[in-house]
Design a binder for this molecule. Structure first.
Ligand code: SF4
Length: 282
């Protein structure tokens, strides 16, 4: 059996629950959209398109206002385009209004920090406003694929800051922590960047849209972590496609107060008949 091309998300799914990985990536059972994914896609799209702004319209006086108007209009436009997907979620009007406002606030928070960055670049280097805008504009939505590691990923933003390269992912998460799954995602991006460019990025991080950018340095240890975790998943998944070899890992991620795992109904993780047999010798 050949190696399947994995992604940070498929690898993290396997680590969370191998049976979930089986349902999603081998049996390819349908997944259900949820508001967090949909609003995440909307926010990503607005951030990606933000930098298409016509820099010729910027002046040293108007760029803060231009930035804010730009992100607001992109957000409203993109939210509108996602109306069919939003309707399918069956949210009440109040819920939809809540998520609309909350996501807009996150984007305005991000924009305030982009304004601060622009102000700093302008003050420090004596650039024109157009040059400063070019300086803060990252490479966006870069697709990396490694045949050697059989893994791929989409990087939201790559920044060149003086001699440093920073790889950045945007997240709408409420937490402001580098949990293990985020660290692994960033480790995989670092490995993919290193393989393509022959150079380790200086830093990787998450722009937590409710908070701020959080970066960590990249070293060989991080690249080794990515290699080890990718290999563990390949070793397992290229050996068998039998669901019995993908154990259930019941946890709080099976069902919670406002939702459940996409495969909860087919998996039935807490039914007695689905639990491993008790040890009769005990
Ligand atoms: S319901 Fe729980 S045990 Fe079953 S696939 Fe989902 S996460 Fe895994």
């Amino acid at each position: 059996m050949g190696k399947r091309v994995e992604s940070p998300s498929s690898i993290n799914t396997f680590k969370q629950c191998p049976r979930k990985y089986y349902y999603q990536y081998i049996a390819k059972l349908p997944t259900l959209p949820n508001i967090h994914q949909v609003r995440g896609n909307i926010a990503h799209s607005a951030l990606e398109n933000f930098y298409e702004l016509d820099a010729g319209t910027l002046t040293p006086e108007n760029y803060p206002q231009q930035f804010r108007s730009r992100i607001q209009s992109l957000f409203v436009q993109t939210w509108g385009k996602y109306t069919p997907q939003l309707h399918k979620l069956g949210l009440s009007r109040d819920q939809e209004k809540f998520y609309f406002e909350e996501t807009l606030l996150m984007l305005l928070n991000w924009t305030n920090q982009a304004i601060d960055e622009m102000t700093l670049v302008l003050a420090k280097n004596g650039y024109s406003v157009q040059e400063a805008f070019q300086k803060i504009t990252p490479l966006r939505e870069q697709h990396f694929r490694s045949d050697h590691y059989a893994v791929r990923g989409f990087v939201d933003a790559i920044r060149q800051i003086d001699d440093e390269v920073h790889i950045i992912d945007y997240k709408t998460n409420s937490s402001f922590e580098f949990k293990d799954e985020l660290k692994l995602q960033l480790a995989i991006y670092s490995l993919l960047y290193f393989e393509k460019n022959g150079k380790i990025p200086s830093k990787v991080g998450i722009f937590f849209l409710r908070h701020k950018l959080k970066l960590m340095p990249v070293d060989n240890g991080l690249l080794e972590l990515a290699k080890k975790e990718i290999e563990l998943v390949h070793t397992h998944t290229s050996a068998s496609e039998d669901p019995e070899h993908y154990p259930r890992c019941p946890s709080g991620l099976c069902k919670w107060s406002t939702g459940q795992c996409d495969f909860y109904e087919v998996c039935k993780p807490f039914e007695k008949s689905m639990l491993p047999p008790a040890n009769s010798s005990g």
